[in-house]
Unconditional design. Sequence first.
Lengths: 170, 384
Amino acid sequence: LKAPPELVSFCSQQQPRLFGMLTLYCGDPDVAEELAQEALARACNRWRQVRRMQAPEAWAYRVAINLANSYFRRKAAERRAQQRLRGQRQADHHDPDSAFSVAVFRAVAKLPRRQRAALVLRYYADLSVAEVAQLMDCPEGTVKTLTRKAVATLRDGFGRDDLQEVSHVT
Amino acid sequence: MSPDIRELLHAAVGTPRSSTGFEAIWRRSRKLRVRKIVASGAGAVAMVALVVTAVNWAEQPARNLPVVGDASPTEPESDQATIDVGGHPIAVTVGEGGAWVARYEGTGEQASFAIARIDPATNEVMATIPVDGRPEDLVASAGSLWVVLSRHPAEGGMLIRVDPVTNEIDGKPTELAGRPSNLAVGGDSAWVATQDGEVLRVDAQSREVVAEFQVGEGAVVASDGNQVWVANTRGDISRIDLLTNRTVDPPVRVGWNVVDIAVEANAIWATQTTPEEEFRILRIDPRTEQLVGAPIRIDLNPGHLAVGEGAVWMLQYAISNKDLDRDGTILRIDPEANQVVGDLIETGTGSVDLAVGEGSLWVAKVVEGEIYRISPASGGEPSP
């Protein structure tokens, strides 16, 4: 069986974004890679339906976040991931400033789960408020509240009083 | 210039490096599909699935061909949630605008019991109603929530009504001589099975016990609102004539222990275990009161049955450690085909009750203190 070219293209485009988003969300690149692969494998199996959706990438994000939540719940991995983050793992895959990345990861990992999801979907995956609201099954106002709180917490925890919410991503 | 949050996050992640190429994703998707086919217990139709899949990939015009093991994935795992109910849930039902959960906190003398009402629109607990006894079962139907409570063995049980409008206990409880085990609502009455093998009919208006039925050990009762059926460990399944207040003779005799029954207009479903540790799902035609088709054999311990969303659902439990990965899985039975279809839905160990309604499956997780709300279409896990 051969994969259609458009599926190959979709996976190739989405994989890095999913991986990055899940790395932020989970705080663990290994887990992120596993979950991104699983989410896209599901997209492969359901491609006939997924390709007809208005936003196939949003579907993949939703599956990825759900997979991550299931993973946390069932494997109690959130604590382990954070322990690893505090321990020997120094985000070896990252660009030059690893200490900076680890600091951001730690700050993001401390956020409540829904705030974390809203934050990474909105500001890493670049989804609109409406898309995040649909994805998280909540009102747009809730998304705004969640992201505002998340940014405020990051501002305090990360020690960046000058950290701003972006307004140009719609 | 102040950095914005987007720049910060992208800078932290850097250029995502992953060893995953498309080939790895593709291989994984093939394995996933095979795993699903195996999980559905439909090995014999695996070839059909492969053929169907091949047709799909060959980009034939869409013909809505069924894909075995791929449970109608029109939406992702969207309407799913894990709901904290503030205690340990032991039973769940859906109806009258809510999902209703019987729960306890504490143990022994310190135990306290309550009914939590979940708003299906928000997945949040919107009311908590303390009750004076352990809630053994509850049913939301015909403008009421009915709950049977057991108290100290010497004190028997109680049936109470909760008004779904006010979320308050309404009127005086009905005292029950026996310790209740399960409950059904139909024919303007509440029906309480007791651990003494009786089924009591309680008139919904007067709240009086108006009839008693000696069903036998392990009595269970179920109703779809119009017909009421009872069963026991002898394997007798009987319809109750609502006009004469008698069980209809002869019963449908299935030979061995009936674990649970579920009633819908065109079928009565029963789960059964035999001394040889065979586990079966049986179907009875309510018009002929005869078994229909061959029993569906299952290889795990049968648990609660629930009907809704176009299917019959059964919670099942591991028999031994080797089956633990399937403990708390939910089977889906297609009533048209009279066979198990789709994926097993994993809910994990500690799932004690199952209900269907508001477009979802609702599973009581006693240890976690949570209700899992699961989309019937997803075949997947709930998300917090």
